[in-house]
Write a new protein. Structure first.
Length: 223
């Protein structure tokens, strides 16, 4: 089944151009010229990736809105107005998975889209397995060597995020964004406290070390 891309681009010429090119490359394409239209499509169509031009829309998709129900973890590629590195970092910190500056070369944009889709679809099956740990996304059941471990909702989401790429180091910013929807790191200790409780619960079932703190960077699941 082809991946669905929502192109949220107010400029008609650019939106139509991207739609034609992406369809030719095998994607299903949804187009939106306005923020409200993009949010409706994100909720109703559940695209596999959103290509957008406005950082405010990116923030809204990550934070959610009362009464709305879209995938807040949907992969996002931002078409930035310039190549300013400060703006790029700001966009990444606020939820974009990748940023490409205008004017862009379509072939590079296509490669970036495919790379983001590859990264974000790792481990999206119903059951994630990492060492002796198994996570059933459908039933939200976690077992270590066949011993069940009871987790809170956020502990489960944190564990599932880490287990998607168990050897990768996730930054604190990424985890706070993906699990809690935070747009900035700030002074919160939410991640540290949840990681500590999760680590202790998993240690009850095994002596193996899970949820490893990488000093000054973030966390990974496996040592």
């Amino acid at each position: 089944m082809p991946s669905a891309v929502l192109v949220a681009e107010p400029e008609t010429t650019t939106r139509e151009y991207l739609g034609r090119q992406l369809r030719d490359d095998g994607f299903d394409v949804l187009g939106a010229s306005r923020r409200s239209e993009a949010l409706d499509l994100a909720e109703q169509a559940r695209p596999d990736l959103v290509l957008l031009a406005e950082l405010d829309l990116c923030l809204c998709l990550r934070r959610g809105e009362p009464g709305r129900n879209w995938d807040r973890n949907v992969p996002i590629v931002l078409l930035a107005p310039s190549s300013d590195p400060v703006e790029r970092v700001r966009a990444l910190n606020r939820g974009a998975d990748d940023v490409i500056a205008r004017p862009f070369a379509y072939e590079e944009l296509l490669a970036r889209i495919r790379a983001v889709l590859r990264r974000t679809t790792v481990g999206l099956g119903e059951v994630l397995v990492a060492g002796d740990l198994a996570i059933d996304r459908r039933t939200r059941r976690v077992t270590v060597r066949e011993t069940s471990v009871v987790l809170s909702a956020k502990e489960f989401e944190l564990l599932a995020r880490l287990a998607g790429e168990p050897s990768r180091v996730f930054t604190k910013e990424e985890l706070l964004r993906d699990v809690w929807g935070f747009r900035a790191l700030g002074r919160t200790r939410t991640l540290e406290s949840h990681a500590s409780r999760l680590r202790k619960k998993l240690r009850v079932a095994t002596e193996d070390h899970f949820v490893v703190n990488v000093w000054g960077v973030g966390y990974r699941l496996l040592e």
